[in-house]
Design a protein around this ligand. Sequence first.
Ligand SMILES: [Zn+2]
Length: 390
Amino acid sequence: MTPMMMTPTEILAKLVSFPTVSSETNLPLVDWVETYLESHGVASHRVYDETGQKASIYASIGPDVAGGVALSGHTDVVPVEGQDWSTDPWELTEKDGRLYARGSCDMKGFDALALAAVPAAVAVDLKRPLQIAFSYDEEVGLLGAPGLAAAMLETFPNAKAAAVIVGEPTEMRVVSGHKGCDAIEVHVRGYEVHSSLVHEGVSAIMNAAKLINWITDQTTANMAKTPDPVAAMFHPPFTTLHVGVINGGTASNITAKDCRFNVDIRCVPTESGADWLAALRAEAARISADMQAIHPDTGIDVKLFAPGPGVKPEEGGEAERLARQLTGDNASHTVSYGTDGGHFQEAGFSVVVCGPGNIDQAHKPDEFLEMSELAKGEVFLSRLIEHLQN
Ligand SMILES: [Zn+2]
């Protein structure tokens, strides 16, 4: 097969032409990446989701030894519905030094840079491997990353990467950490009676309110704590609990049978998301007991919809050290959005977040990537390949 020689911009144009919104299949994109890698003599592997309609794709270039670097990207993008775009979101449009398309910034730009680096990586004598790690469903709860990290450890037992670079948009600044974000669904099950007999019924809404009050109190209490040195790197420097969606009830004169709400817990990396979930469950159980004293078929179900572990800043971690060496950025940065990185760190990898573009441009209509950011990314990747030859 003739090697497919393409610039990062050409690859980006190809990647954004696949409308890989998280709700849709990403397989056409994955097929294309596989063909591209194959054209450079690089074998790739996949991890499918349970539907078989989405897959992560990963590959290792260079010798089968430890100490290499994995480039972590995601293939999915957020929807464009209801957004007023002035260009076709699925076609890369260049204007005033910017590349417009859904996913140009978050984060197919980095994916394109990683793929564009492949021919150079293949051509030289790498002492340690360069690895590609592209996930699915990052935008809907980091669902692909745990399986991807596990599969890479299994497929390359001798070639565990010493550093994972997550190329989410940081304007190529070295970001050493972010908070965790666990998405939780709560279902409060009440008992319906006429509201004039409220003492015989159990209102799902009134009991949901009790739990929501507790949630509010936790954030207030966290705000008053003195942050530890790691928490102090984040804005705000404490764990937040928030209810963003609530639904319940049918009429003002019926005690509500159902109330559902969603909670997100954004946890500083020195606290445990699992501990916060356990505390939420304990409070839900306490309220449930009061509800069940009135009617047994009531209660509160708390379901962890999507765990999102944070990236903990690593004291002297290899990933951060390397990213600082390659970018020259020695300041310390954290970001407030989540990434696949937490799952890689949980799997035992050293992780840093560093990629082209500004997160302000992500998820919006007319999403764009500055061409200067793509150029910065190219320099970074060529330095990385140089580094892997030594
Ligand atoms: Zn992203």
